[in-house]
Ligand binder design. Structure first.
Ligand SMILES: NC(=O)C1=CN([C@@H]2O[C@H](COP(=O)(O)OP(=O)(O)OC[C@H]3O[C@@H](n4cnc5c(N)ncnc54)[C@H](OP(=O)(O)O)[C@@H]3O)[C@@H](O)[C@H]2O)C=CC1
Ligand SMILES: CC[C@](O)(C(C)=O)C(=O)O
Ligand SMILES: [Mg+2]
Ligand SMILES: [Mg+2]
Length: 340
């Protein structure tokens, strides 16, 4: 088994007298910043003027331009969208580097040579294996999201100590962290989100929904069957693996799982997964995504618009209005803004 790192493996005192610049205040940015602060770390936020700037100030942070925040910090965590990082790094971060440690939550730009940091600084990643909003929510619940860490450059000899202290401060060491490389983190993260967690799952859900609706079944029923109940089933897998989930379902469902599951996700699907992985490993996916952004995302935007109009989304929006309890985060945000 891989060596796992937990809270006891981190140096409590690492951040004493040090300041972390969190650049970006989106999904990961707000979660890292707030968890770090709640763990006693001094944080400054780096942003451009706009929505996030206002939000970070409302949340009580000191907010500066990216260049000012980087200049004022000992550790710089880059939590901008991957496709924006290269330009911001070149124009606003690199000119301010004078020995700060440079951190990422995903290795995309370093691994695919879009960002080449100077040899004089530590370069590492701490990549939570979960969405930012859950990084924050689980921390507040006393739990955490596991993370990977990797060291790309260790000039000071303290990069691993920083990685572990940072992972602890965002709550990741409550769940466990393991060491990897930028290459392994980047390739597996891209594969996971494309083939299973995001791409594979959304395609599976839509195909199931469409199959039922095209066969004449009610769309609302199909939504409950293929989307709503998915969370309840996945929660059981999260808690107890496949066996834990199968303990709760009927034997009829388990028999259907055994005989029909492999008919749906068959050898052909696995063969396609291997091709997806090859595209990632060879850089074909990265090249396409970089070009799509250089062209202002024509394909991304048109698919996104079509997806948001899919029948499962329209039906789901209506049904969720009657189930406010399914969106606890939204409830908390509404309650907080009502207080302000
Ligand atoms: N989303 C996730 O849960 C996960 C993400 N990661 C990685 O974390 C990193 C951040 O991703 P994510 O949190 O999704 O990013 P988001 O898309 O949520 O980040 C958006 C933030 O970046 C700011 N921003 C965008 N452009 C600029 C700019 N030019 N100058 C200054 N600020 C800017 C936005 O500010 P504004 O409001 O002004 O637009 C906003 O605060 C990525 O490397 C990603 O791969 C890793 C694990 C999971
Ligand atoms: C699964 C998508 C992810 O990799 C993540 C939340 O971990 C991402 O890039 O957002
Ligand atoms: Mg991921
Ligand atoms: Mg990812």
């Amino acid at each position: 088994m891989a060596k796992m790192y937990y809270n006891g493996d981190a140096n409590e005192a690492y951040f004493n007298g040090k300041r972390v610049a969190v650049v970006g205040y989106g999904s990961q940015g707000h979660a890292h910043a707030q968890n770090l602060r709640d763990s006693g770390v001094e944080v400054v936020i780096g942003l451009r003027q706009g929505k996030s700037w206002e939000k970070a100030e409302q949340d009580g942070f000191e907010v500066k331009t990216v260049a000012e925040a980087v200049a004022a910090a000992d550790v710089v965590m880059i939590l901008l969208p991957d496709e924006r990082q290269t330009a911001v790094y070149k124009n606003e971060i690199e000119p301010q580097l004078s020995g700060q440690a440079l951190m990422f939550a995903h290795g995309f730009n370093v691994h695919f040579n879009q960002i080449v940091p100077p040899e004089s600084c530590d370069v590492l990643l701490v990549a939570p294996k979960g969405p930012g909003h859950l990084v924050r929510r689980t921390y507040q619940e006393g739990a955490g999201v596991p993370a990977l860490f990797a060291i790309h450059q260790d000039v000071t000899g303290t990069a691993r100590e920083l990685a572990l202290a940072y992972a602890k401060a965002i709550g990741a060491l409550r769940a466990g962290a393991l060491e990897t490389t930028f290459k392994e983190e980047t390739e597996t993260d891209l594969f996971g989100e494309q083939a299973v967690l995001c791409g594979g799952l959304t395609s599976l859900v839509k195909a199931g929904f469409e199959t039922l609706v095209e066969a004449g079944y009610q769309p609302e029923l199909a939504y409950f069957e293929t989307m709503h109940e998915l969370k309840l089933i996945v929660d059981l897998m999260y808690e107890g693996g496949l066996e834990g989930m199968r303990y709760s379902i009927s034997d009829t469902a388990q028999w259907g799982d055994f005989v029909s599951g492999p008919r749906v996700v068959n050898d052909q699907v696995k063969e396609e997964m291997r091709r997806v992985l090859t595209d990632i490993q060879e850089g074909t996916f990265a090249k396409g995504w970089i070009a799509e952004n250089e062209n202002n995302r024509p394909v991304f935007n048109s698919i996104n618009e079509k997806e948001n109009r899919h029948q499962i989304e329209e039906v789901g929006r209506e049904l969720r209005k009657m189930m406010p309890f399914v969106n606890k985060q939204k409830q908390r945000e509404v309650a907080a803004s009502a207080k302000n």
